[in-house]
Design a protein around this ligand. Sequence first.
Ligand code: ASP
Length: 292
Amino acid sequence: MSYQIILHGGANDLTEEKGIRQEACERIADEAEKMLKENASTLDVCEKTVCLLENNPLFNAGTGSYLQIDGKPRMDACLMTSKLQLGAVIQITDVQNPISVARKLLELDFHSTLSGEGASRFAAEYGFLPKSVITENQNANFLSAQKKLKGDISYKNLIQSFHLSGADKLGTVGCVVRDTNGLIVAGTSTGGLKVCFPGRVGDSPLVGAGNYANSFCGVSCTGIGEKIMRLSLARLVSFFIENKETVQNACQKAITQLGEIQGDGGVIAISHFGEIGFSFNTKTMSSAHREG
Ligand code: ASP
C-alpha cells in the first residue's frame, strides 16, 4: 500500500509572498516524506511536520503568530487520527509548538481539549519550556493595529475599525498524513486572524470545524474561522467523501459552500484509499504533497 502527505501554509491573497511560502512548503514536505520513509509513525510525522511549519516565521502559527489587540499571541492547535484519537489546545501562550502540546493531550487520552491558563499549566507540567513566539514582523502588525485603534482596545472600537473578511490576513498551517497501513492523522495550528479581540477562538482547534480525521479521511482547513466553524467545514468534506464523492470534489463542494457565506479559505484532505484533494477560494494557498 502507498503513503501520502499533504500540507498547507494558509490560504490568502498575499501573492507577493507566494513564492517563498511555496518554497518553504516544498522543503518541509521533503522532510516529512523522509521521516515517513524512515518509518516514523504517522502521528510523529504529522506532529513534526506541523512543528516545522510552526517554527517558520513565514507562517501564522507558533513563531510568527499574530498578536491579539492586547499585544499577546494566543495560539490554537488540533491533532486527530483516523482512530478518532484527539488532542487540542485553545488560546495557549508562550510555547513554541502548540501542536506538540495537543499531541501530549491526545496520548494521555483523558481530556481532549484544554484552553488558556489550563493549557499553559498542562504544558508546563509536561516539560514544554516557556518560549516567546513574537517576531518583529508581527510586532509591527500589532503596532499598526494599535495606531488605528488609537489605544482603545474595546470590542466596540475593534468592530468599528476593522472588517472580519479580507483574505490578506490568513496563514494557518496544517498537514494530513496517511501511512501504508491506511492510518490517517490530521493536524492544524494557528495564531488566529491578523486583528482580533483577546480570547477570540477560530475554527482550527474545534474538532470537525478546522481539523478532522475519521476512518474515511483526514482534513485540515484554513481561512476565516468565524465562517468555517458555521459549516463544520472539515466534517463537511468528510461527509461528502463518506457519500462517495471523490476527494477533490468533496474539497471543492465544501469550498463552494464556504464562498456562499462569504468565507475565504482553503482545505486539504486525504481519503482512506489514499486519494489527495485540495481547494481554496483565495488568490493563493501554499501547499505541497508527496506520495509513494
Ligand atoms: N482559520 C484561522 C482562524 O480563523 C485563520 C487562518 O486560517 O489563517 O483562526
